[in-house]
Ligand binder design. Structure first.
Ligand SMILES: C[S@@+](CC[C@H](N)C(=O)[O-])C[C@H]1O[C@@H](n2cnc3c(N)ncnc32)[C@H](O)[C@@H]1O
Length: 244
């Protein structure tokens, strides 16, 4: 494991660009990191796409695991990475410090724009991780556009699949698309705990609407869900299977 990721995991903190200490919030858990790396290893992924860089925790897990060759690329998308009041470029700096500058393509745009651009450029991905804006419509559009990039047998993981909106997207995928569910992580209460511990009330207020979404135990079962693409999209134009 690279030392930048190790510091985040062991201390819950990371470094600002000037070397100060910053509490990391919203990051994936080590269990989710393991799921990511298992999926990358399973497919021998060289090219990956990620929505939501934040402080770079998931990106560091991904870059550590990608098979390294001349083709290796990690496309990571986040329109708020450079904002002073959010991440101040720390995620990108962490990837650089970990030695991944040469394989990372950072796209400073909302995911619906960035992913469509990648499709136009004919980028093909082996692995994708969705952890951006967690409303149903945004997460579904992220999946829809990532499917255009993902090769057959490629794997997509949706983080926070215990949130009602993301859970619905997972249910849509299971019921309507040629993907098979291949694994998940236990439910995460990570953001909540971090927020309370660090007293970041402002952040919590921004996030709390999302927590209204929990419904039942079944939907809370997985903190992240991984789906493997089985085939291309050969549904009829009027195909629809209801999902809940
Ligand atoms: C929960 S954080 C991601 C955490 C990250 N996976 C980690 O492990 O550190 C969600 C991220 O999504 C980004 N985001 C929000 N809206 C977005 C959008 N429309 N497109 C892409 N990223 C977005 C936020 O800026 C934030 O960095």
């Amino acid at each position: 494991m690279n030392p930048v990721l190790e510091e985040i995991i062991s201390t819950g903190n990371t470094r600002t660009i000037s070397g100060g200490i910053k509490k990391v919030i919203g990051q994936i858990s080590p269990e989710e990191g393991k799921l990511i790396q298992d999926c990358i290893n399973k497919t021998g992924a060289e090219i990956s796409v990620e929505v939501g860089l934040a402080f770079g925790t998931s990106a560091l897990y991904i870059c550590d695991a990608l098979f390294k060759s001349d083709k290796t690329r990690h496309y990571v998308i986040d329109p708020y990475q450079m904002y002073e009041d959010s991440y101040s470029g720390i995620g990108l700096n962490n990837l650089k410090k970990a030695g991944y500058e040469n394989i990372v393509d950072f796209i400073d745009k909302p995911s619906h724009q960035a992913l469509a651009e990648l499709e136009r450029k004919n980028v093909k991905a082996d692995f994708a991780f969705i952890d951006g804006w967690h409303t149903f419509d945004h997460a579904l559009v992220d999946f829809f556009l990532i499917d255009k990039l993902l090769r057959i047998d490629g794997i997509v993981i949706l983080d926070d699949s215990d949130w009602k909106a993301v859970r619905k997207v997972c249910s849509f995928i299971s019921n309507n698309r040629a993907y098979k569910f291949i694994g998940g992580t236990s439910k995460r209460s990570y953001i909540n705990e971090n927020v309370h511990r660090s007293g970041l009330k402002k952040y919590f207020n921004r996030m709390k609407n999302f927590f209204k979404g929990y419904v039942d135990d079944e939907q809370k079962r997985f903190g992240a869900m991984a789906f493997q693409k089985v085939s291309g999209d050969d549904r009829r134009w009027d195909h629809f299977v209801d999902f809940s």
